[in-house]
Design a protein around this ligand. Structure first.
Ligand SMILES: Nc1ncnc2c1ncn2[C@@H]1O[C@H](COP(=O)(O)OP(=O)(O)OP(=O)(O)O)[C@@H](O)[C@H]1O
Length: 484
């Protein structure tokens, strides 16, 4: 996964002379216009400190404008609970936690927006965490004869802080080892089912469950238990790519197939030949992609883009989704024929909350043991209160969230972790949980915040939000049931 992370530019992304208006020539919009597509990002995480009195209208406005202009791009606004934008230790601790949750990804940090304390924090994370980060800045178009902005990577030496080495080593252990699979009592039947699937070579399987329940984990387990274990396992997040990118990544292309196709490139189906291809978030693919995948599943052959020549592939497909594909089929949003091909066998994964306290306890102990070893912190432990609090916490992000909580503990503590060492969102979940919003929620929030900001003045709110007409704005209010 390739990520772009940046703060929004409080001054330069907006014109704040009359309320908050978007500046199309601001650094964030310009980055998207000139560099985003070229760099093939899977997602842009846009950070804000939500310090405006009435919530952060600005980040909603910016997110919505990006989503409207580039509907295929994934832009996720993330609110960081930072009360003082020049407090370097505070900012560093927050962004460090965020970067560590994406430690497997290639992370480009757009360095230019943000306060100097934010830039210092980026620099220090880049040099000490040992993650695959790049610091990027732009040179504004007005300084260049081409009148187009330029993207520059900031070259810095990595530091030799000891724990950066620990994390770098941890990153190399990409594929899980046998000791990474914790099979609790509740999960035994599920692993047994997965083992049977593994033995039935070539059978397609659909893994269904909420995000973070372990769908990819089980997919890797199936692969490792199967006769294909020595061949590649390739995972693709289908929801992060638009049709064009997904098609070219899956099927490859020949030179000249489109403007940027400078040479032949094989796709994942060929790269995974003899192995397993894991298609995550399969419920999010378009009808066009559904039709292409159906053909591969039926014919077991693919054609790279730009040629009619096809070649046979021997790949086991495992797919996963958090959606209810059957009702999507009933609604006409997903093809029944593809559903039946994918769900030859189905494995449902339970949410962590429904797995009960014993499983949570076992997972906590498992991840703690692993963290002690990986981070070389043999005395790391948690107090009784911390354990109780974690057992009572609902973990909406399932196993992944629990794992991240333990990693977070291991990064910041050497010995017993007490309540005050825990991230605030665990203690006050509702208040400071970072929001990941979908399009409708973003749009609705933006409308509400605009109205609050302009004290109910619809004309000013409409202008700030940027719909074509006041009528469209009013219709949206009606659609979302927003009452003045
Ligand atoms: N039984 C388990 N033992 C050890 N680790 C586990 C187990 N189940 C899940 N995990 C860990 O939990 C994290 C989340 O799992 P995974 O990525 O497989 O979830 P997912 O359902 O595919 O999530 P998403 O839908 O968001 O892609 C991973 O780091 C995985 O290694």
């Amino acid at each position: 996964m390739k990520l772009l992370i940046s703060w929004y530019a409080y001054q330069n992304d907006f014109d704040r002379r009359e309320g908050t208006q978007l500046n199309e020539n601001g650094p964030t919009m310009q980055f998207h216009e000139y560099f985003y597509e070229k760099e093939s990002y899977d997602k842009h995480i846009l950070l804000s400190t939500a310090r405006e009195k009435d919530g952060d209208l600005a980040i909603d406005l910016l997110t919505m404008s990006l989503q409207r202009k580039y509907p295929e791009r994934l832009v996720e606004p993330v609110f960081m609970d930072i009360s003082d934008p020049i407090d370097i230790p505070l900012i560093r601790s927050k962004v460090e936690g965020l970067l560590l949750t994406y430690r497997e990804a290639d992370i480009d940090i757009f360095f230019s927006p943000g306060t100097s304390a934010m830039q210092v924090s980026w620099y220090s994370c880049h040099t000490s965490l040992g993650l695959k980060t790049r610091l990027l800045q732009t040179r504004a178009s007005k300084f260049l004869p081409s009148k187009k902005p330029e993207l520059l990577e900031i070259q810095v030496q990595s530091s030799s802080v000891p724990y950066s080495a620990v994390i770098a080593e941890q990153k190399q252990q990409k594929s899980p080892t046998d000791t990474d699979y914790l099979v609790t009592k509740t999960m035994e039947p599920l692993y047994e089912r997965a083992r049977l699937v593994a033995q039935a070579d070539g059978v397609t399987c659909l893994l269904v469950g909420e995000s973070g329940t372990g769908k990819e984990h089980i997919a890797q387990y199936i692969h490792r238990q199967s006769a294909r274990a020595n061949r590649p396992f390739i995972a693709v997040n289908c929801s992060a790519l638009n049709d064009q990118l997904l098609e070219s990544r899956l099927f490859g292309y020949v030179k000249g197939a489109f403007t940027d196709a400078k040479e032949d490139r094989s796709g994942y189906f060929v790269d995974a030949d003899g192995g397993t291809l894991f298609l995550d978030e399969i419920g999010d693919i378009s009808p066009y992609m559904q039709q292409l995948l159906l053909r591969v599943l039926q014919e077991r052959e693919i054609s790279p883009i730009g040629t009619t020549k096809s070649r046979k592939v021997n790949v086991r497909i495992l797919a996963a989704t958090h959606r209810d594909l059957e009702s999507m089929c009933a609604d006409g949003a997903f093809r029944w024929d593809l559903f039946y091909r994918l769900a030859v066998v189905e494995i449902p994964l339970p949410s962590l909350q429904t797995r009960g306290e014993e499983d949570k306890k076992a997972l906590l102990a498992h991840f703690l043991k692993r963290a002690r070893k990986e981070f070389r912190k043999p005395d790391l432990s948690m107090s009784r209160e911390v354990q109780r609090l974690l057992l009572d916490y609902s973990f909406p992000g399932n196993v992944r969230e629990l794992e991240n909580v333990v990693t977070n503990m291991a990064v910041f503590n050497d010995r017993e972790v007490t309540i005050t060492d825990l991230p605030a969102r665990l203690i006050r979940p509702a208040e400071s949980a970072s929001e990941s919003l979908n399009w409708e929620v973003t749009e609705k929030n933006l409308l509400i915040r605009a109205l609050q900001h302009f004290k109910g003045n619809q004309r000013k709110s409409w202008q700030a939000v940027g719909y074509k007409s006041l009528n469209t704005f009013r219709k949206k209010l009606k659609d979302y049931g927003i009452n003045e």
